[in-house]
Structures are given as structure tokens and as C-alpha cells.
Ligand binder design. Structure first.
Ligand code: PEP
Length: 249
């Protein structure tokens, strides 16, 4: 049985005061839930947020990391630093990095390996653009993005990783994949994993991300291959995020 995970990607939003108030709202409303909960603040605030959630069942992750362990890479942040700040997870290959910062499949694979080498659990984001979906290339794109990491890291590496299917056309657009579209993509990814290792495939958590809201979360999370969500905008309002966590319960 896979435990659902509801993860909030704060993107480049927040301040010391706003983070404190958002986390307070989250912790005040968080009741016993079978779902795992995680938040991904901007890197500068990792230590603050780790301190704020100390002793509560909320994991903290970073939104990106360097493919290198250390060195002369001005402005970059190494996985070891993220771990040192007390975080446990890190997003890899978010579409805003792939498309906004030109990150290639090969670079994403290097970052995935760097995350695991630092003792972090990577949350590997994959997804097709609207043009790719319209051209019937969704599975081809997901397969290419997933294979780049499988070939570099090896199938066994997926035993300590999470996937997040995030169609680019659904991120921050208000346009959500239907539960059936999400299920189809998740099933494709799980089958791809199963062709390497059936045991890992059955335990691999695959989150859906893209304009998840309290109103659509339950239907999406009800699909058998959807193991929770990666939530952007709605994770910045504690009440909305709590309602999505409740939908996963
Ligand atoms: C995201 O940033 O990963 C995301 C899914 O954003 P949103 O929920 O705002 O579409």
C-alpha cells in the first residue's frame, strides 16, 4: 500500500513573516492524517521552515539543486547544503526549470544522482507541453524524460525516489488534467518502471501536479495510480492546502 504524499511547492514566494504565518496556519489545522505532507520553500528559507515544523509531521524539501557536490559554481546550492539545512527532499526537473532555465534531460539526470548522493530523496518531475499532447507525443516525452534518469541512475535508484507527473499545460494555468488523463500517464510511468523492476514499480509513488485545488483533488487522488499531489499556487493558502491534504486522506 503506497502512502499518499501531498507536497506544496512554494516556488519563488515568501518572506520570513509570510512563511511563519503560512506554516502556523498549516500546523494549526493539521489533524491526524494518513497522508504524508511536505513543503518546498525557496532555498533561502529552508532552515527557517525546518525550524518551524520541528516535531510535527511535515517534511521539508528544496526546489532545485546543483549537479555538483561543491566547487566554484557561484549562486548554486549543493545537495549537501540542503541536507545540512535539515531538508529531506528536493524537486528535480520541475517544468519551470526544464523550460524556463533550459535544463536538459541529461542535466536533470545528473541532479537526480546528486540528490541521492547527498542523502536526499529526489522528486522527479516529468510532463509534456500542450503542443506535445496535441501531437499525441505524451508517452514519448514521458518515456524520454524518465529513461534519461533510469539510464543514468539505474532502476534500483527509484526505490528511494518519487515521481511527479506535471503536464506543463496544467501548471499555474487553472487547467487541470482530467482524472482519467492523469491516471493514463501515471499508469504509463508505472508500467515503464515495472519493465525494469516490478517490486519498485508497485511501491513507487507518482504524484500529480497541475492546478490541483480543493475542488478537484479528491477525484484525481481517487485514481489507483495517483499517490498524491504536487501543489503550487494552492499550497500558499493554508486553508486550501489543508483541504487538499484532507482530500488525500
Ligand atoms: C507546481 O508548481 O508544481 C504546480 C503544480 O503549480 P500549480 O499547482 O500552481 O499549477
Amino acid at each position: 500500500m503506497r502512502r499518499k504524499l501531498v507536497a506544496g511547492n512554494w516556488k519563488m514566494f515568501g518572506s520570513v513573516a509570510r512563511n511563519a504565518s503560512l506554516v502556523r496556519g498549516l500546523l494549526d489545522g493539521l489533524t491526524d492524517t494518513p497522508a504524508e505532507v511536505a513543503v518546498f520553500p525557496p532555498a533561502l528559507y529552508l532552515q527557517q521552515v525546518v525550524g518551524l515544523v520541528a516535531g510535527r509531521p511535515v517534511l521539508v524539501g528544496a526546489q532545485d539543486l546543483s549537479p555538483f557536490a561543491e566547487g566554484a559554481y557561484t549562486g548554486d546550492i549543493a545537495g549537501g547544503m540542503i541536507k545540512d539545512a535539515g531538508a529531506r527532499l528536493v524537486l528535480v526537473g520541475h517544468s519551470e526549470r526544464r523550460h524556463g532555465h533550459g535544463e536538459s534531460d541529461a542535466l536533470v539526470a545528473e541532479k537526480f544522482c546528486a540528490a541521492q548522493a547527498a542523502g536526499l530523496t529526489p522528486v522527479l518531475c516529468l510532463g509534456e507541453t500542450l503542443a506535445e499532447r496535441d501531437a499525441d507525443q505524451t508517452e514519448q516525452v514521458l518515456g524520454r524524460q524518465f529513461d534519461a534518469v533510469l539510464n543514468r541512475a539505474g532502476a534500483a535508484a527509484m526505490a528511494d525516489a518519487v515521481l511527479a507527473y506535471e503536464p506543463v499545460w496544467a501548471i499555474g494555468t487553472g487547467r487541470t488534467a482530467s482524472p482519467e488523463q492523469a491516471e493514463e500517464a501515471h499508469l504509463f510511468l508505472r508500467s515503464r518502471m515495472a519493465s525494469h523492476d516490478a517490486m519498485i514499480a508497485s511501491s513507487l509513488r507518482i504524484l500529480y501536479g497541475g492546478s490541483v485545488k480543493a475542488s478537484n483533488a479528491e477525484a484525481i487522488f481517487a485514481k489507483p495510480n495517483v499517490d498524491g499531489g504536487l501543489i503550487g499556487g494552492a499550497s500558499l493558502v493554508s486553508g486550501d492546502f489543508l483541504a487538499i491534504i484532507a482530500a488525500a486522506s
